[in-house]
Design a protein around this ligand. Structure first.
Ligand SMILES: *[C@@H]1O[C@H](CO)[C@@H](O)[C@H](O)[C@H]1NC(C)=O
Length: 496
């Protein structure tokens, strides 16, 4: 049986299968066609031959389901990327990749699906409470990754010390969360991750933040648009120590203190009590966290406080990088992840209209929580949403309307189409992006199409030009048209 015949039978079959009115006649025709298909082509699925399925197809319920229109929305909280959105996304990723590359970071990746056990931390973090998790067909508790750092830690651990340290790696994972109350809040985002493993000193944090600043500068933002708040979790550690709170409460306390940025103390009173923190401890803690300069912290914690020494050293490194204008010391910055142990930081919009742009810190003990030996590490995560909002708000987001196509090629008639192929091939060999018009179209349509694409040129293969071995090339920006010899198209394209 030839392909056309199969195709036309398939068409009738599909039409019948999708039609809502199953009269006895159509049902008979359907059965006959199905049998015909089943005998003619081994690739038609076995299900079609299954008579019980045919019977099922005729129940009222299936008929209703078949005719119901597909919901064209992507799953709740997710996005489609139409070409224009994709150009924006690729542009942003290119900026991230470029920044990472010039700072000496190399790229890695991990699966978007991870074992849930990777995130079973008990400090009450938002990220572990909002896992997009499920049990798979093999009864495994899995989750779409909510963040990248645990995957990175897993990868480091898997190499059992065989990875040469230190290393500087980056990644752009899609991360997921499942929030029940999603009022327009998204359940996925892309997050640029930059991490340095194996460096114990604040040199790592300074190098990370300097790279982040380079990104901001690269997209046209200045230290008047964006600031980076910096603190050390050692500050909280020292205050808790002074108040006699045992170190095992440290992580959970940090997570709670981070929540206090968003909700009043009363809202988390219960959680505080559960932790055994009375109100006076919390009040003392919050008091210290109002400190906004090294001087006041030094006064509060003493000149030989480790936290103060650490922050002083970090600040002097930032001076050396020339990024001091971007940095603000702010003891109230804690960040919501349990595993941070030292310096923490957060990039924010100075106008104060948007959520945090990026955040990170040192997490020296993360491997210990997985039963491994600890390795010093620091890193940050930088989401794709807030930065785009900020760039739009400041009016410095480039336009992504143009498709990036250089030349639209078309033949005035069907006979000339092989010449158009030849012309398109020559331009493509020269590295141009070429949209070859594949159907008979009016030149008016072609120019409109080229305009919509934002193409630079239109190459027209016409009868009279072709007789001279030439084609017409119109510069769409200048509106000028000239003839080019067909055999000179490659050099024409390379000279553009
Ligand atoms: C710094 O913290 C101390 C201790 O709680 C507090 O008394 C002081 O007012 C704070 N200083 C500033 C400038 O916020």
């Amino acid at each position: 049986m030839n392909h056309h015949r199969i195709a036309s039978i398939m068409f009738v079959w599909i039409t019948l299968r999708c039609s809502t009115a199953f009269t006895p006649a159509t049902t008979r025709a359907y059965t006959k066609l199905t049998t015909l298909l089943a005998s003619s082509n081994g690739r038609i699925s076995n299900a079609v031959q299954d008579k019980s399925l045919l019977d099922k197809t005729n129940t009222d319920e299936t008929r209703r389901v078949v005719s119901e229109k597909l919901d064209t929305n992507p799953p709740k909280g997710t996005r489609d990327f139409y070409p224009e959105d994709m150009r924006l996304r690729n542009w942003l990723f290119d900026q991230w990749r470029d920044t990472a590359r010039i700072s000496g970071f190399v790229e890695y990746d991990a699966p978007v699906l991870e074992s849930e056990a990777l995130y079973t931390r008990k400090a009450g973090e938002e990220v572990t409470q909002q896992l997009y998790n499920f049990v798979d067909k093999g009864e495994r508790a899995v989750t779409l990754r909510p963040e990248m750092t645990p995957s990175l830690a897993r990868m480091v651990m898997a190499k059992k010390g065989a990875l040469p340290l230190p290393f500087k790696w980056f990644s752009i994972p899609q991360c997921w969360r499942y929030e029940r109350m999603t009022r327009g809040r998204r359940r996925e985002h892309f997050q640029w991750n930059m991490d340095i493993w194996g460096v114990a000193g604040e040199e790592a944090e300074a190098e990370l933040i300097a790279a982040m600043v380079r990104f901001f500068e690269g997209v046209g933002l200045t230290s008047e648009d964006v600031g980076i708040k910096v603190n050390s979790r050692l500050v909280i550690g020292e205050v808790l120590n002074e108040l006699g709170i045992p170190p095992e409460k440290f992580a959970a306390t940090c997570v709670l203190v981070d929540k206090l940025e968003k909700v009043p103390v009363d809202a988390i009173q219960g959680e505080l009590e559960e932790l055994g923190l009375d109100r006076s401890v919390v009040e003392k803690l919050l008091n210290v966290l109002t400190n906004k300069s090294i001087e006041s912290l030094r006064e509060t914690l003493g000149a030989d406080s480790k936290a103060v020494l650490q922050l002083e050293k970090f600040m002097s490194l930032c001076d050396a990088y020339g990024i001091q204008d971007w940095i603000i010391l702010d003891a109230s910055v804690v960040r919501g992840l349990a595993y941070y142990t030292g310096i923490v930081f957060e990039a924010f919009d100075r106008k104060g209209q948007l959520r945090a742009i990026a955040g990170g810190g040192r997490y020296d003990k993360l491997l210990e929580t997985f039963g491994g030996d600890s390795i010093p590490a620091a890193g940050f995560g930088f989401g794709d949403a807030v930065i785009v909002e900020l760039l739009k708000e400041r009016n410095i987001l480039p336009s992504f309307e143009e498709s990036g196509i250089d030349t639209v090629v078309f033949a005035m008639n069907e006979k000339l189409f092989p010449v158009a192929i030849q012309a398109a091939t020559a331009l493509r060999k020269a590295g141009q992006s070429v949209d070859l018009i594949l159907e008979a179209k009016k030149s008016k349509w072609v120019f409109k199409h080229a305009d919509r694409l934002g193409a630079k040129y239109c190459l027209i293969v016409g009868e009279s030009e072709y007789e001279n071995g030439e084609v017409a090339v119109k510069d769409l920006k200048l509106g000028q048209q000239a003839n080019v010899k067909i055999e000179e198209l490659v050099s024409w394209a390379t000279s553009q």
